[in-house]
Design a protein around this ligand. Sequence first.
Ligand code: ADP
Length: 481
Amino acid sequence: MKIVHLAAEFAPLAKAGGLGDVLVGLTRGLIKLKADVSVIIPKYGFLPPLPSLKEVATFQCTEQGQSYTNKMWSCEVENCHLLLLEAFHPKNYFNRPQIYGEVDDVARFLYFSKASLEYLKNQAPDILHIHDWHTAGSAILAKDLFQLKSSVLLTIHNASYQGRCASWDLDAIGLKGQEYLQKLHDDQYPNAINLLKGGIVYADCVNTVSPTYAEEILTPEIGGPLSATFRQYKNKLHGILNGIDQSIWNPATDKNLPALYSKTEKAIEIINHKQLILSELQKRFGLGDNKRPWIGAITRLVHQKGPELLEEALRQTIQNGGSYLLLGSSPDPKIQHHFDQLKMKYADNKNVFFYFEYNESLAHQFYSCLDFLIMPSNFEPCGLSQLIAMRYGTIPIVRKTGGLKDTVFDLEDETIPSKKRNGFVFENATKEDLKHAIQRAIQFFMNKQDEYQFLVRRVMQQDFSWDKPTLEYLKLYKKII
Ligand code: ADP
């Protein structure tokens, strides 16, 4: 079975969030099972030099009736076969400083989808696996323009980004946009085309990245106007929980850490190593001697992640005698400004630390030195941060939504077998519920150190690898072939 992924991200080369992690983790999982799998991403201008790079094809792709030259490059990254699409297009679609957030994102990714299919049309894979709105348009193109024989699976990593565009955006890539308006119009802006909806309608099968989120998007509260489409196509909708690549996220081998530790060590040794990593960071950032526990977040600052509650978590943490750390930044200038002000407000408080940057290496260090990770998300398709945190012996405090609900189980929840309980969970996205969860976590840390240390070791021993999800994807591939 030949599988080709089309995606905007692939970690660590091109990563903006969890999508990049999933692409590398799932691909490596499939390779482990001897699958024939490749990943196509754009050849972004910001990619580092790739030693094994080889040109594999030169071909044309039309847009607005103009023909442009493209090259496909191949290389091995993280033991995966990666194909990089280079477009010799006057708009330099992929020579931008970032993956997303450009005014012409729709045109960029529609072009990427079309050019990738031009490359694949004479060597159609059995499975074309596409991801999020960026490549959802390729489901329409594969069926209507290229009549590709591949079966198409669309994975929705986040249904709140949908790729709304004008009908003439489809004209540009050779589809008659007006003819799609009836079927693929946006349910909020009926004169616009919704590319994610296009993917849902045209793909042979659709999945989200956790079973709970697959249920939640059927409701208007989480699925928004697109929930009607999800309900209509419910019979082809599945939920497969993400994994994490346990060799990339591994505190026993992680090159980013000044000290290594493993789940096989005694709990006290693990705690000592975590403490050592914390001390290094305290020295590096001049933090002095802080109060414990450390509660923190490593996140994009966007509505999904509950920015108001992330701020409330800071207040609750320091009021209850802990320290608070936040690594992350916002694409929204208003939210970023608000957090900049907050940083100024707490500038003299040595128990508060903000770092407004996307920084992969620091993320690894913070995951390992935190005592608790806070994720007060408004919604969460899966969430990888809580899984990574647990792998590094950091206890999650999460809101009960989406993939957080599927992976974190409250220590006091008697409906869950005690061995499975691994964190603190709160129900509603309110300050009250959050406060209660943080208080419980801090009290647990302060009053039940032995139990806390035992839990740290136990969460590290859970299996959130890609082994099981990969088998589920294979099952889905076989079903649609
Ligand atoms: P999402 O994809 O919605 O952003 P996930 O929890 O699924 O959220 O995945 C987030 C990924 O991005 C994790 O690998 C996390 O470590 C990483 N990440 C988030 N913010 C930062 C940051 N500021 N620096 C480094 N990595 C980050």
